[in-house]
Write a protein that binds this ligand. Structure first.
Ligand code: NAD
Length: 483
């Protein structure tokens, strides 16, 4: 049996009260490791220490902080192959995606390393004579980071990096489906020149350790990425203590394909947007809203493209779609396939459990045709390698369909018309809009987030992150009378 990996509690690697097994979704006979689960007392101990460490961190000079973030980023980038392999092994995304995710996580740290040196305030004259005003940002204190399994390293990094850069302590609760990536990142952070206990890793279940963490009055802010129901519960807990929250949740992103689109481009974007990461992305293109003039040609190419995609072990050469993350996720996906058919959608291909040489959670990419936007498969986030085509008669109908959802994270349009692209960019009710690009795939130096049920609170990433990870102080200064 492998050794159990511990939590980082108050600056020490510590065994918890129980442990979980982590198995490879590409091959469940592959036991990746055993991972400890934090106790309530350990959570309290680490929160005590975080408060002290955060005050110490404030005393570090800017360049010392910058060097810490830079070193974390550089190590992630240089170990992208090794850590990407670990990530793909436990999460199931193809190796190229795992490697890319770890490299991108490194870029979050190097970006925010530079931001440590770019924290400028504002100044002003007071309306009172002889008084000056200095406006600056200060850390909020201790930040709880709660992250999902689908981007285990990137999502955590885009929260942890700004939290540290802006001077906060971090208590991180990762998803229990991807603990190996969490321990790997925590080990890198722990080796740096930081105060003991500034950064904690508390693996445990959401219902137990996660819930205790968000209910704690000693947390100053909660940054959460995950599902809508869990997010709503966290918001309800946070309001009891008036804790600041930032939440990125699910979505039902649409890609509109217009009658003037380059159809080959549209199909490429749809396939990558719908099936990248086995469809388990909050930015996945799960609704394809297609103009009736190109509908049949698009649908034919789309189905042929989906059928040609290679499903396989995440670490094998040539795999384009890995397994889905768990057996539970697979059975929920198959329930949606049955529901879609019951609602009258036509399953043109895929959507079935696949038997493969390895015992994993494999599913063929599925395309639904002849769907309506009011069907459940077009209302609820499925988080599956499934996508639906919705036929529309005009650009106006396409835009209305794209916007007819309670979510609003990303949307896209494929068109050669500048007028339509411009109108769409300005009228799509989503936080991110893509023109002739996939709905999935964003940069790190600009804001990320959505509308409606997709997001709540300030935006993440880029300089927008300062809004959440800092609090503003306005100082009034009178020089007194010159002697
Ligand atoms: P989830 O909501 O089940 O869990 C997310 C995290 O919350 C995990 O760490 C989990 O342990 C924790 N958690 C669960 N219950 C909790 C509780 N009561 N209190 C505190 N923490 C709790 O989501 P998931 O299944 O890990 O991830 C998939 C979801 O994440 C999808 O809905 C997806 O759309 C969403 N997601 C959103 C974005 C985005 O940026 N919008 C990005 C990635 C994933």
């Amino acid at each position: 049996m492998p050794d159990t990996k511990f939590n980082l509690i108050a600056g020490s690697w510590t065994a918890g009260v129980s442990e979980i097994e982590n198995r490879n979704p590409s091959d469940i006979t592959d036991l990746i490791g055993l991972f400890t689960q934090a106790s309530a007392d350990q959570l309290e101990a680490t929160l005590d220490r975080a408060r002290i460490a955060q005050a110490d961190w404030a005393g570090y000079g800017l360049e010392r902080k910058q060097a810490v973030l830079m070193a974390i980023g550089a190590e992630l980038m240089s170990r992208a192959e090794e850590l990407g392999t670990l990530l793909s092994r436990e999460e199931g995304k193809p190796l190229a995606e795992g490697r890319g995710e770890v490299y991108r996580a490194g870029q979050f740290f190097t970006y925010y390393a530079a931001e440590t040196l770019r924290q400028l305030g504002e100044n002003a004259d007071s309306v009172r004579a002889g008084v000056e005003i200095d406006v600056r940002r200060e850390p909020v204190g201790t930040v709880a980071v709660i992250s999902p399994w689908n981007f285990p390293t990137a999502t955590a990094s885009w929260k942890i990096a700004p939290a540290l850069a802006y001077g906060n302590a971090v208590v991180w609760k990762p998803a229990n489906l991807t603990p190996a990536s969490a321990v790997a990142l925590a080990e890198i952070i722990d080796r740096q020149d930081i105060p003991k206990g500034l950064f904690s890793l508390v693996m445990g279940s959401g219902a137990d350790i996660g819930q205790r963490l968000v209910e704690s009055p000693r947390i100053d802010a909660i940054s959460f990425t995950g599902s809508v129901p869990v997010g709503k519960g966290i918001a309800a807990a946070a309001i009891q203590n008036l804790t600041r929250v930032q939440m990125e949740m699910g979505s039902k992103n649409a890609l509109a394909v217009m009658d003037d689109a380059d159809l080959d481009l549209a199909v490429t974007l749809a396939l990558s947007g719908a099936f990248g990461g086995a469809g388990q992305k909050c930015t996945a293109s799960s609704r394809l809203v297609v103009h009736d003039r190109v509908h049949d040609a698009f649908a034919e190419k789309l189905v042929a493209g989906a059928q040609a995609m290679k499903v396989g072990h995440a670490l094998e050469d040539g795999t384009q779609i890995g397994p889905v993350v768990s057996d539970r996720q697979l059975s929920e996906n198959l329930d949606y396939v049955r529901l879609g058919k019951t609602e009258g959608a036509e399953l043109a291909c895929g959507g079935a459990r696949l038997e493969m040489p390895h015992d994993g959670h494999y599913m063929s990419p599925g395309v639904f045709l002849n769907t309506r936007n009011d069907m459940t498969i077009n209302r609820e986030e499925m988080f599956a390698p499934l996508t639906s085509v919705i036929k529309v008669g005009s650009y106006d109908e396409a835009l209305a369909t794209v916007n007819d959802t309670r979510f609003g994270l990303t949307s896209g349009i494929v068109t050669r018309s500048l007028a339509r692209a411009t109108h769409f960019r300005r009228n799509a009710r989503t936080g991110v809009v893509a023109v002739n690009l996939p709905t999935a795939g964003t940069d790190y130096h600009v804001p990320f987030g959505g509308r409606g049920d997709s997001s709540y609170g300030p935006r993440e990433q880029g300089r927008a992150a300062a809004e959440f990870y800092t609090t503003v102080k306005t100082a009034y200064i009178s020089a007194g009378n010159p002697a």
